[in-house]
Design a protein around this ligand. Structure first.
Ligand SMILES: C[S@@+](CC[C@H](N)C(=O)[O-])C[C@H]1O[C@@H](n2cnc3c(N)ncnc32)[C@H](O)[C@@H]1O
Length: 266
């Protein structure tokens, strides 16, 4: 049973509609000054929207990422210790997931991160986790999740991965509905698992509507992140041999940042 305050909020549309506003304004205020400075020193950036979005996302995540990580720590503590063998993290960001994994269980760690501004933070986390690019135990790849043909060769072919990790990233992946199952089927070994924590389409119809209203403007500021992706449905399109799905504790279903959590075994 959700707390009384949450139950009341469920029936008040305005606070729900406005709930993404503080993060949105914060992201704009953090991202805009460096974006304007970058355009000032290189005006051609005006025509490179993706690059400007990545710059904004980097600035926002540098400040906001540790807070989000702290908030998700209980879920990550349940989920990420399952990472083992060859681990492939999609959209690794600053490597916040690594500290929840057990180094002794990992034979190799691949970090897919198309925004190379994130790489210095990611390299620091890799080092702190006891992994290293020098000895080959960690590999950074500058691709998007949809560029499967480009990065599959770095893995030495298809179905080489024991653990696929996706933390708050499929919201930003174009064409998630097709990319998510394809990634699982082409990367994972038989018996391998996907460890997933993603914000998804809410099960509450009115919240879905608000998520859909926010998404066009939200995705511009947050580097393609959509609030209305039905990731939980799409992950179930894969023929898993077993799965363990649970809810983030204390999170109401009507939340516009409703999360799906699960360990899915191929
Ligand atoms: C909200 S951050 C989460 C980072 C990290 N997973 C974490 O939990 O700290 C989303 C990350 O996904 C990356 N990203 C964006 N589009 C992507 C894509 N198409 N493929 C893979 N990663 C992507 C971003 O650069 C960013 O680092």
């Amino acid at each position: 049973m959700p707390p009384l305050f949450d139950r009341i909020l469920q029936y008040l549309p305005l606070p729900r509609i406005l709930s993404p506003l503080p993060d949105f304004l914060w992201a704009v205020s953090l991202g805009l000054p460096p974006i304007l400075r970058a355009i000032w020193s290189n005006p051609s950036l005006l025509f490179q929207l993706k690059r400007l979005q990545q710059l904004g996302q980097y600035q926002f995540w540098k400040v906001f990422g540790p807070e989000v990580d702290k908030n998700a720590a209980p879920v990550k503590c349940q989920l990420l210790p399952w990472a083992e063998g060859v681990v492939f993290e999609i959209g690794a960001g600053h490597g916040h997931s690594l500290k929840y994994m057990t180094r002794q269980q990992i034979t190799k760690y691949y970090a897919l991160e198309p925004n190379t501004d994130m790489w210095p933070g990611l390299r620091k986390a890799i080092m702190e986790a006891g992994l290293s690019e020098e000895d080959g135990s960690a590999v950074l790849l500058p691709y998007g999740a949809g560029d499967i043909d480009k990065f599959v060769e770095h893995l030495g072919g298809e179905n080489k991965v024991d653990t696929l990790v996706s933390i708050l990233v499929f919201c930003s992946v174009p064409n998630t509905q097709q990319v998510l199952p394809t990634l699982c089927e082409r990367l994972l070994k038989k018996g391998g698992s996907l460890l997933m924590y993603e914000h998804c389409l809410s099960p509450v119809p009115s919240s879905r509507l608000y998520q859909r209203l926010w998404t066009p403007i939200w995705s511009i500021v947050f580097d393609g992140c959509c609030l209305d992706k039905d990731t939980m449905t799409w992950v179930n399109q894969v023929k898993w041999s077993d799965k363990h799905v649970w809810r983030k504790e204390g999170e109401p279903e009507w939340s516009l940042f409703f999360h799906g959590v699960g360990r899915f075994i191929l």
